[in-house]
Design a protein around this ligand. Structure first.
Ligand code: RP5
Length: 166
Protein backbone atom coordinates (compact mmCIF):
# COMPACT_ATOMS: atom_id res chain seq x y z
CA UNK A 1 0.00 0.00 0.00
CA UNK A 2 1.28 3.49 -0.81
CA UNK A 3 2.34 5.76 2.01
CA UNK A 4 -0.13 8.30 3.37
CA UNK A 5 0.11 11.82 1.93
CA UNK A 6 -2.35 13.41 4.33
CA UNK A 7 -1.96 13.19 8.07
CA UNK A 8 -5.23 13.74 9.89
CA UNK A 9 -5.02 14.47 13.59
CA UNK A 10 -8.06 14.62 15.85
CA UNK A 11 -8.05 16.20 19.27
CA UNK A 12 -10.39 13.54 20.62
CA UNK A 13 -12.31 10.42 19.71
CA UNK A 14 -15.42 12.57 20.17
CA UNK A 15 -14.47 14.42 16.93
CA UNK A 16 -14.72 11.22 14.86
CA UNK A 17 -18.41 11.36 13.81
CA UNK A 18 -17.94 14.76 12.13
CA UNK A 19 -15.06 13.73 9.88
CA UNK A 20 -16.79 10.88 8.02
CA UNK A 21 -17.22 12.98 4.86
CA UNK A 22 -13.60 14.04 5.02
CA UNK A 23 -12.40 10.46 4.90
CA UNK A 24 -14.84 9.57 2.12
CA UNK A 25 -13.80 12.59 0.07
CA UNK A 26 -10.10 11.78 0.37
CA UNK A 27 -10.86 8.21 -0.69
CA UNK A 28 -12.91 9.45 -3.68
CA UNK A 29 -9.94 11.54 -4.79
CA UNK A 30 -7.65 8.54 -4.35
CA UNK A 31 -5.58 10.29 -1.69
CA UNK A 32 -3.89 8.12 0.90
CA UNK A 33 -4.20 9.24 4.51
CA UNK A 34 -3.58 8.19 8.07
CA UNK A 35 -5.38 9.40 11.12
CA UNK A 36 -4.47 9.60 14.76
CA UNK A 37 -5.97 10.99 17.93
CA UNK A 38 -3.41 13.44 19.24
CA UNK A 39 -4.21 16.24 21.64
CA UNK A 40 -2.30 19.51 21.93
CA UNK A 41 -3.17 19.54 25.62
CA UNK A 42 -3.53 15.92 26.71
CA UNK A 43 -0.65 14.46 24.69
CA UNK A 44 1.56 17.48 23.97
CA UNK A 45 4.81 15.53 23.44
CA UNK A 46 3.12 13.27 20.91
CA UNK A 47 1.73 16.32 19.08
CA UNK A 48 5.24 17.77 18.96
CA UNK A 49 6.80 14.55 17.63
CA UNK A 50 4.09 13.99 15.03
CA UNK A 51 4.45 17.42 13.52
CA UNK A 52 8.23 17.58 13.74
CA UNK A 53 8.51 14.26 11.86
CA UNK A 54 5.60 14.69 9.43
CA UNK A 55 7.64 15.72 6.39
CA UNK A 56 10.30 13.08 7.03
CA UNK A 57 7.49 10.52 7.19
CA UNK A 58 6.32 11.43 3.68
CA UNK A 59 3.24 13.48 4.52
CA UNK A 60 2.42 16.45 2.27
CA UNK A 61 -0.50 18.03 4.14
CA UNK A 62 -1.68 17.90 7.75
CA UNK A 63 -5.36 18.29 8.64
CA UNK A 64 -5.88 19.07 12.32
CA UNK A 65 -9.39 18.82 13.76
CA UNK A 66 -10.07 20.05 17.26
CA UNK A 67 -12.75 21.69 19.31
CA UNK A 68 -12.98 24.13 22.19
CA UNK A 69 -9.62 25.68 23.06
CA UNK A 70 -8.47 24.27 19.74
CA UNK A 71 -4.71 24.70 19.62
CA UNK A 72 -3.94 21.49 17.74
CA UNK A 73 -3.64 23.00 14.25
CA UNK A 74 -1.47 25.82 15.53
CA UNK A 75 0.84 23.46 17.36
CA UNK A 76 1.10 21.31 14.22
CA UNK A 77 1.86 24.38 12.08
CA UNK A 78 4.55 25.59 14.47
CA UNK A 79 6.76 22.55 13.91
CA UNK A 80 6.45 21.62 10.25
CA UNK A 81 7.06 23.27 6.89
CA UNK A 82 4.03 21.40 5.51
CA UNK A 83 0.72 23.21 4.93
CA UNK A 84 -1.66 22.72 7.86
CA UNK A 85 -5.43 22.87 7.46
CA UNK A 86 -7.36 23.49 10.66
CA UNK A 87 -10.89 22.20 11.13
CA UNK A 88 -12.71 23.86 14.04
CA UNK A 89 -15.00 21.19 15.46
CA UNK A 90 -18.52 21.83 16.67
CA UNK A 91 -18.85 22.14 20.46
CA UNK A 92 -21.93 21.83 22.65
CA UNK A 93 -20.97 24.80 24.78
CA UNK A 94 -20.34 27.52 22.17
CA UNK A 95 -21.31 25.83 18.90
CA UNK A 96 -17.74 25.77 17.60
CA UNK A 97 -17.17 29.53 17.62
CA UNK A 98 -14.61 28.85 20.35
CA UNK A 99 -12.88 26.30 18.09
CA UNK A 100 -13.04 28.64 15.09
CA UNK A 101 -11.43 31.58 16.85
CA UNK A 102 -8.73 29.53 18.51
CA UNK A 103 -7.86 27.81 15.21
CA UNK A 104 -8.00 30.81 12.89
CA UNK A 105 -6.41 33.53 15.02
CA UNK A 106 -2.80 32.53 14.52
CA UNK A 107 -0.02 35.04 15.04
CA UNK A 108 1.83 36.31 11.97
CA UNK A 109 4.38 33.79 10.77
CA UNK A 110 2.48 30.57 11.53
CA UNK A 111 -0.46 30.21 9.13
CA UNK A 112 -3.25 27.69 9.55
CA UNK A 113 -5.64 27.38 6.60
CA UNK A 114 -8.84 27.38 8.63
CA UNK A 115 -12.05 25.99 7.13
CA UNK A 116 -15.66 26.16 8.31
CA UNK A 117 -16.89 24.75 11.62
CA UNK A 118 -17.81 21.06 11.79
CA UNK A 119 -18.87 18.71 9.01
CA UNK A 120 -18.75 21.23 6.13
CA UNK A 121 -15.28 22.29 7.18
CA UNK A 122 -14.13 18.70 7.49
CA UNK A 123 -15.26 17.97 3.93
CA UNK A 124 -13.69 21.18 2.65
CA UNK A 125 -10.43 20.29 4.37
CA UNK A 126 -10.28 17.12 2.27
CA UNK A 127 -10.96 19.07 -0.93
CA UNK A 128 -8.39 21.72 -0.03
CA UNK A 129 -5.82 19.01 0.71
CA UNK A 130 -6.57 17.52 -2.72
CA UNK A 131 -6.10 20.94 -4.32
CA UNK A 132 -2.75 21.43 -2.55
CA UNK A 133 -1.50 18.00 -3.62
CA UNK A 134 -3.05 18.56 -7.07
CA UNK A 135 -0.68 21.46 -7.78
CA UNK A 136 1.91 18.88 -8.82
CA UNK A 137 -0.45 16.07 -9.88
CA UNK A 138 -2.36 16.70 -13.10
CA UNK A 139 -4.54 13.57 -12.78
CA UNK A 140 -5.70 14.71 -9.36
CA UNK A 141 -6.31 18.23 -10.70
CA UNK A 142 -8.56 16.72 -13.36
CA UNK A 143 -10.54 14.88 -10.66
CA UNK A 144 -11.03 18.18 -8.83
CA UNK A 145 -12.28 19.82 -12.04
CA UNK A 146 -14.74 16.97 -12.57
CA UNK A 147 -15.86 17.22 -8.93
CA UNK A 148 -16.72 20.90 -9.44
CA UNK A 149 -18.58 20.12 -12.68
CA UNK A 150 -20.64 17.50 -10.86
CA UNK A 151 -21.42 19.93 -8.03
CA UNK A 152 -22.75 22.47 -10.54
CA UNK A 153 -24.74 19.75 -12.32
CA UNK A 154 -26.47 18.72 -9.09
CA UNK A 155 -27.51 22.33 -8.45
CA UNK A 156 -28.86 22.63 -11.99
CA UNK A 157 -30.81 19.38 -11.60
CA UNK A 158 -32.34 20.62 -8.35
CA UNK A 159 -33.23 23.91 -10.00
CA UNK A 160 -34.86 22.10 -12.94
CA UNK A 161 -36.92 19.97 -10.56
CA UNK A 162 -38.07 23.07 -8.70
CA UNK A 163 -39.34 24.54 -11.99
CA UNK A 164 -41.36 21.36 -12.66
CA UNK A 165 -43.02 21.65 -9.26
CA UNK A 166 -44.01 25.30 -9.83
C1 RP5 B 1 -10.65 18.91 21.94
O1 RP5 B 1 -11.57 19.01 22.95
C2 RP5 B 1 -11.14 17.84 21.02
O2 RP5 B 1 -10.75 18.09 19.72
C3 RP5 B 1 -12.64 17.85 21.17
O3 RP5 B 1 -13.28 18.52 20.11
C4 RP5 B 1 -12.85 18.62 22.47
C5 RP5 B 1 -13.54 17.78 23.52
O4 RP5 B 1 -12.85 16.60 23.70
P1 RP5 B 1 -13.43 15.45 24.64
O5 RP5 B 1 -13.54 16.03 26.02
O6 RP5 B 1 -14.77 15.05 24.07
O7 RP5 B 1 -12.45 14.31 24.57
O8 RP5 B 1 -9.38 18.60 22.40
Amino acid sequence: MSKPLVGIVLGSESDLPDIKDMLETLTEFGITYEFNIISAHRTPEKAHDYSANAQKNGLEVIIACAGGAAHLAGVMASLTPLPVIGVPMHTDSLGGLDSLLSTVQMPAGIPVATVAIGKAGAKNAAILAAQIIGVKDSALREKIKQFKIQLAKKVEEKNANLKIEK
